[in-house]
Design a protein around this ligand. Structure first.
Ligand code: ARG
Length: 594
């Protein structure tokens, strides 16, 4: 059984067609005036233009055709020709029952699933993650879950930044600080047959803290001092040529960083199917460059090799893709192009989403155009799903009080601390064991961060305000978890008393509203999917909690007579399942109690 909106949409569309209106005008939307109607259609206005008749006359003819439909309790005309539809209670009850009986609570499956690759998080070796990476992780994780849930075959890839100039900077900085490491690098570089997978004791002394400390200094020196920069570039080229010393040391950097990152991602409820690095695309580059050359796409430009991607009619001039720099090294864009090829060979995705900061829009436009020109992906199969920034109260991308980049691990700890405080204030979870309390605090923290992010349309920037994010009231993650936990405890009580859910009937307005809200799930999923915008789903979760809250206040459950009681219990059970499902698709887990 499809959702009410779509079913009514088809009926209204057919009625419009019968009076001669062009296809598509009869679109049905949720009513702007819920006090008057459940759904509405503004099609008479559009049809009036096409048919040259007054809109009210057209609306009248459409209404007459709809009048006998048993699914409708009322259909009338408002203002210049708005058609208002009120759904019959029995029909709402039947739909609610179908949702209750469906393990997916009314969510459909895609008719034509695709293989979809999602590129998100994009953390880098040594460079600390900033808020852009946080937003990417939250958005990408949600899209991965949503796309998979609707039926696509999805792979999520972390696209680890492990291969650029910053690697040369780090190799140099570590060697400068530690002569023993420098000597070992030199010794291994002179041994061309050295095993590249070996573990070298001296290198194992390098820790993440060392990299964190050395990288910012080295980056600053590289900016200020051309000689230092040249050396870093040379070391990068050495690494990319797999000089054993540079390469084995680099593997240590990548390993220590990855361990720490995976731990942080896990606490955030973010996981990847693939943890590929930019370095994994490197072996494909020589053949790719040859292929691009054979296709006549490469142009020599002052010693570098580029692809011109500008098109006639572009609003701004797009720079070319730099494929091989004048020093002969592969660039960020080269790696992205080779990664497209790599993914084509291993998974052949029909669609690829890059959940990356809006500030990289040009980069992706350039890479995508080059990929289409080279035939590495069909036109339109690559999409940059950009997002705005998370700002501090100063309106600039969020920084710590000391002005540094906030590290993900610190952010998580800070958020958990706030969650513990709030739980204590609200006297929640205090009767539980310390482990159980900590688990709840962790879930509340993740819910607060993720919901605060995902409730905004991704293109919008928002202000980081932990106090607001963490409130148990208002449109927040903790509020939604609290509502879900309340229902869980209600259901436990019902179970203990032997009360079971039964057939759904609709009597009270609050029952009606709750059922109509349950019905809107599929539309929210479709919108979030089509627009790559989980905020539609976040909005739905919030509306559901609100509708439940009103229902719970107006409609006693345990005290009602048996048939009503079991119907209401069925509504509550279904709402909880749908809410948990929606939250899960946002990447948010719900505790059992609080
Ligand atoms: N590592 C990059 C950065 O920190 C983000 C990677 C985004 N993904 C991609 N395929 N380029 O800016």
């Amino acid at each position: 059984m499809t959702d009410l909106k779509r079913q009514l949409g088809e009926a209204v569309e057919a009625a419009f067609a019968a009076v001669g209106a062009p296809a598509g005008v009869g679109r049905v939307t949720v009513s702007d005036r819920p006090d008057l109607a459940d759904f509405q259609s503004n099609g008479a206005m559009a049809a009036a233009k096409a048919l040259g008749k007054p809109p009210r006359d057209i609306a009248q003819a459409v209404v007459e055709r709809l009048a006998g439909d048993p699914r409708l309790a009322g259909v009338d005309i408002a203002g210049p020709g708005f058609i208002n539809l009120k759904v019959a209670d029995a029909f709402i009850a039947a739909r609610a029952q179908a949702i209750a009986d469906d393990p997916r609570t009314g969510a459909e499956r895609l008719a034509a699933p695709r293989r979809v690759m999602i590129d998100y998080a994009g953390p880098n070796v040594a460079k600390p993650m900033h808020v852009g990476h946080l937003r990417s992780s939250i958005l990408g994780e949600s899209l991965k879950r949503l796309y998979r849930f609707r039926g696509d075959e999805v792979l999520g890839d972390a696209h680890f930044g492990d291969w650029g100039y910053q690697m040369g900077l780090l190799i140099g900085a570590v060697c400068d600080e530690n002569p023993a490491i420098a000597a070992e690098v030199a010794r291994l570089n002179a041994a061309p047959d050295a095993d590249l997978d070996q573990i070298v004791e001296t290198f194992e002394t390098v820790t993440l803290a060392d990299l964190d400390r050395l990288y910012p200094e080295a980056a600053a020196k590289g900016k200020a001092d051309p000689d230092y920069r040249d050396r870093a570039r040379k070391l990068t080229a050495e690494l990319q040529a797999k000089a054993p010393g540079a390469y084995i040391l680099w593997r240590r950097f990548a390993r220590v960083t990855r361990v720490a990152l995976e731990r942080d991602f896990a606490s955030l409820g973010v996981t990847f199917d693939l943890w590929k690095g930019e370095s994994d695309a490197d072996p494909l580059i020589p053949a790719m460059v040859e292929d691009l050359d054979a296709k006549g796409l490469l142009v020599d430009d002052q010693g570098a090799r580029i692809i011109r991607v500008a098109r006639q009619g572009d609003k701004r001039e797009l720079p070319p893709l730099l494929v091989v720099s004048s020093e002969g090294s592969a660039m960020y864009g080269t790696t992205d192009l080779a990664t497209i090829l790599d993914r084509k060979q291993s998974f052949d995705p029909q669609f690829t989403i890059y959940a990356v900061d809006q500030r990289q829009t040009d980069h992706f436009e350039i890479v995508f155009r080059a990929a289409y020109m080279a035939g590495y992906a069909p036109e339109g199969a690559l999409e940059h799903v950009g997002f705005g920034t998370m700002n501090g109260t100063d309106g600039k991308p969020f920084k710590t009080r000391e002005g540094g980049v906030l590290k993900l691990g610190d952010l998580i700890e800070m958020t958990r601390e706030k969650a513990r405080e709030r739980l204590h204030e609200a006297k929640l979870g205090e009767d539980l064991s310390p482990e159980a309390f900590e688990d709840i605090a962790a879930k509340v923290a993740v819910a607060a961060l993720k919901f605060a992010d995902l409730q905004n349309y991704r293109g919008t920037s928002y202000v980081f305000d932990l106090d607001r994010f963490m409130s148990f009231e208002g449109k927040t993650g903790p509020y939604l978890l609290y509502q879900a936990v309340r229902v869980k405890s209600l259901l436990r009580r019902a179970e203990a008393e032997g009360v079971t859910p039964g057939p759904i009937t609709i009597g009270e307005p609050a029952e009606r509203d709750l059922a109509l809200t349950l019905d809107a799930f599929e539309a929210a999923l479709a919108e979030a999917y089509d627009k790559k915008a989980p905020n539609a789903l976040a909005e739905h979760a919030f509306r559901l909690a609100q509708a439940f809250s009103k229902f719970y206040a107006a409609c006693p459950i345990m005290g009602a007579e048996p048939a009503v009681r079991s119907s209401r219990l069925a509504l509550a059970t279904t709402m909880l399942r749908q809410l948990e499902l929606a939250l899960d698709l946002l990447g948010i887990a719900t505790p059992e109690r609080m």
